[in-house]
Design a protein around this ligand. Structure first.
Ligand code: 4AD
Ligand code: MG
Length: 457
């Protein structure tokens, strides 16, 4: 289809004739002219189309003004009313796809809750148009960052036989339905597709480590799954995770890498997503752009887990969940540390071993591990990070003491038998950082089709 994308309709084209396509976002009908705000997805802003009623009779015009209709318009580019704006005065128009009057996105502002019930249409609102443009640009920035820095992009499996995080939040993958003749779990597993239990990956890390032990610096970037029974604004059952894994790299090195990556990808958004960030700043989070600029320009804070506990205890706040060395930080604790105490991104380091995963490097104190979470204001944890235990015996002991099935981790243990080196990595939740950079307060509004407990549309 011969057409000019709306983003390319600029003042340089004033006086020329163009053909454009798009969907009607809003329309206005007055005595002598009618206006349509057209959007073809090539930019966040709409382009105004002017229809002279002398040239278009009411019968032709009426379906062209219907919200949601798809049009092909030929016309002359003219200067608009607003400075530097341009509009198109239509000379011919074709209705590519009529829109039924039942179109749900009528002129009023809809609630986010309502829009979640129409995931197939909500992307046609300015808000979701902006969110998914930023999601795309952020994904690109992540690939660009790692590519430029010499990382290999590797693909870890979606179906796995191990539970990386060891939290038992794995979705089962099975082809065996209800069968009353099956009497034991072993029989059931034997009948199943793989002849053993299988699940959707919660993290690509374990396979990522394998790849890093030959390629040196790798990252995965793909969907991961958690059957967490937590119905919160920041948990999704299916989310995208970026997981770099770096050989010859300790916890301090990986913290530097994570910091550099975050600053770079946010810097990229500030440069490339101006219109979208201004939109979010105006509609969702006042001061968003300043916040992001600050992230790029200033140091991230760093605090020992033990000190964080002391800070929380001295906060004078009444938390719902207890604060005690050895207990995990809950969202309310993370939010106090970032939103009120540090007021910027903070790495909490050296967590108690008991509340963290089996693969984390044990510190000499015997109580803590070389692990850190990056917490950011408004969201909480966006990165989970650690140096990995590279000592065969310590890792084996940890797997056994946690009652994990040794046969699932034989390959992983082998990595500690054949040329084990210090190595570290982290996982960045794409939707979590999207919440941070867009000001969306619910993870369901950062992914096209959110999957959460009891919700699958
Ligand atoms: O902290 P997590 O569980 O760490 C890992 O999975 C490691 N294997 C990562 C690694 O070292 N390679 O998850 C990492 C990040 C979290 O910080 C969070 O941003 C995101 O993944 N995340 C979720 N995002 C949305 N919904 C959920 N249910 C999430 N669980 C984790
Ligand atoms: Mg975590």
């Amino acid at each position: 289809m011969q057409r000019v994308e709306l983003k390319d309709i600029t003042s340089g084209l004033v006086g020329t004739t163009v053909t454009v396509c798009g969907w009607v976002r809003t329309s206005r009908d007055s005595k002598n002219v009618a206006f349509v705000e057209l959007n073809d997805g090539s930019e966040l802003n709409h382009t105004q189309i002017v229809f002279d009623k002398a040239a278009f009779d009411d019968k032709t015009l009426s379906p062209l003004l219907a919200l949601g209709a798809a049009l092909k318009v030929t016309g002359t580019v003219e200067r608009g009313m607003k400075e530097e704006s341009v509009e198109i005065r239509a000379t011919a128009a074709e209705l590519l796809g009529a829109s039924d009057p039942s179109y749900p996105l009528q002129k009023k502002r809809h609630t986010m809750e309502y829009l979640r019930t129409i995931p197939h249409l909500r992307v046609r609102t300015n808000t979701f148009n902006a969110v998914f443009r930023v999601r795309s640009e952020l994904s690109y920035a992540i690939h660009e960052y790692f590519h430029k820095n010499g990382y290999y992009y590797v693909h870890s499996p979606i179906i796995t036989g191990s539970d990386c995080e060891g939290a038992g939040e794995v979705f089962k993958v099975t082809t065996v339905g209800f069968d009353p003749s099956v009497k034991t779990e072993a029989d059931y597993n034997a009948k199943d597709f793989f002849g053993r239990p299988a699940g959707l990956t919660v993290s690509g890390q374990l396979e990522g480590e394998t790849m890093a032990m030959a390629l040196g610096k790798i990252y995965t970037f793909g969907p991961t799954f958690r059957a967490e029974n937590s119905n919160t604004p920041r948990h999704a059952a299916e989310f995208w995770q970026v997981e770099p894994e770096v050989a010859f790299c300790d916890i301090n090195d990986i913290i530097e890498i994570a910091t550099d990556m975050i600053k770079n990808i946010i810097g990229h958004l500030l440069a490339e997503c101006r219109a979208e960030l201004e939109f979010f700043d105006a509609r969702f989070e006042k001061g968003l752009i300043d916040k992001l600029r600050n992230v790029v320009e200033s140091e991230f804070a760093r605090v020992d887990y033990a000190d964080a506990i002391e800070i929380l205890k001295k906060s004078g706040k009444q938390f719902v969940y207890p604060v005690e060395w050895g207990l995990d930080l809950q969202t309310e604790h993370e939010r106090y540390l970032t939103d009120e105490y540090f007021k910027r991104p903070v790495f909490v380091v050296n967590y108690p071993k008991k509340i963290k995963s089996f693969y984390m490097k044990q510190n000499p104190d015997g109580k803590t591990v070389a692990a850190t979470d990056l917490l950011v204001p408004g969201v909480g944890e966006i990165i989970g990070c650690s140096e990995r235990e590279n000592d065969y015996d310590k890792l084996l002991a940890e797997i056994q003491s946690r009652g994990m099935k040794l046969s699932d981790y034989e390959g992983y243990l082998d990595l500690r038998k054949y040329g084990s080196v210090p190595h570290s990595g982290f996982g960045l939740g794409l939707e979590r950082i999207l919440m941070y950079v867009t000001g969306m307060s619910n993870i369901r509004d950062t992914i096209e089709y959110p999957r959460t407990k009891d919700e699958l549309r």
